[in-house]
Design a protein around this ligand. Structure first.
Ligand code: NAP
Length: 282
């Protein structure tokens, strides 16, 4: 595609962004629909986020993805939020609607599509263990309580953060939420139908294993939001016990595909997005 003065810009705003596979996936999508637009990743420090958004508004900018650490801070620079972004309290996608800058969150939907498509897991009345209470955990747990899961067990080292998420989930749903400490973790893991790792623990070889082999069972689904490495130590242990395992590649592809539709009004090429992520990136 020829870049010229009409070329529109879509960005990733985060810090850091250099390992992101989103530019590869979205530029492929833009080319395949012949859209005169490019997707670029920008490393933006906290104190420059407002200035960056202001600058983008004055050029050919049509939308963005937002990643760590800006998913919550970005809200104050937007005109409005979708219901999903309000419920989650964080934004991962920005697009224009009637000249207004709208903040949406496609992480939760991306998670749920991946879970259903790839494992056929039915969430209703199930018991779920969630590791972490950060941005991704919020998106995942809000989506799960919307599906009427029975109980959520939250493992979070920071008590205040864990409590805030527990209170929020119980306010918006009838799901019972329990905070779980390190000593209770294995016991709660064992009685869970689904375990979701929403921490970055497992990205590095030197990372500890959050759950021992004894925490898993055959009937479980174990979902690690990490997609690089493709199979974390956690997934390898769960697999040894015969659990169904899933990494974060599908979630990344589906959340990206939903964002792409918001920016262009057209469908993304899911198959090619998986190809790019699995064959070129991992
Ligand atoms: P975040 O907002 O920084 O949250 C990270 C969470 O992990 C926090 O609750 C943190 O607890 C917890 N944590 C960190 N180290 C821990 C440890 N050693 N033991 C227990 N808990 C620990 O990050 P995020 O945006 O939620 O992302 C989390 C992970 O999900 C990352 O690996 C990210 O790449 C992945 N992710 C994947 C997708 C996808 O599409 N596949 C989408 C979003 C995120 P404290 O606050 O107490 O430190």
């Amino acid at each position: 595609m020829k870049i010229n003065s009409n070329t529109k810009l879509i960005c990733l705003l985060g810090h850091p962004v250099k390992h992101s596979k989103s530019p590869d996936m979205h530029n492929m999508n833009l080319e395949s629909i012949n859209e005169n637009a490019v997707y670029m990743a920008f490393d933006v420090e906290n104190e420059n986020l407002g200035k960056t958004i202001d600058g983008l508004k004055s050029i050919n900018f049509i939308g963005a993805n937002v990643t760590v650490p800006h998913k919550e801070n970005v809200i104050k620079f937007l005109d409005r939020l979708t219901e999903e972004a309000k419920l989650i309290g964080a934004v991962n996608t920005i697009y224009y609607e009637n000249d207004k800058l709208v903040g949406d969150n496609t992480d939760g939907k991306g998670f749920m599509i991946s879970l259903k498509e790839e494992t056929k897991f039915e969430s209703k009345d199930k018991k779920i263990l969630i590791l972490g209470a950060g941005g991704a955990a919020k998106a995942v747990s809000v989506k799960l309580v919307m599906e009427n899961v029975k109980e959520i067990y939250l493992y979070e080292l920071d008590n205040e953060k864990g409590n805030n998420l527990k209170n929020h989930l119980e306010k918006i749903s009838a799901t019972k939420v329990f905070l779980v400490n390190k000593e209770e973790l294995q016991e709660y893991a064992k009685k869970s139908d689904l375990i979701v790792n929403c921490t970055p623990v497992g990205m590095k070889d030197s990372d500890p294993l959050l759950l021992s082999l004894e925490s898993f069972k055959k009937e479980q689904v174990v979902f690690d939001l990490i997609y690089n490495p493709e199979k974390t130590k956690l997934l390898k242990e769960a697999e040894k016990k015969g659990a169904k395992i899933l990494n974060g590649a599908g979630m990344l592809v589906y959340q990206g595909a939903l964002a792409f539709e918001k920016w262009t009004g057209q469908k993304a090429n899911i198959e090619k997005m998986f190809y790019i992520l699995l064959n070129r990136g991992l």
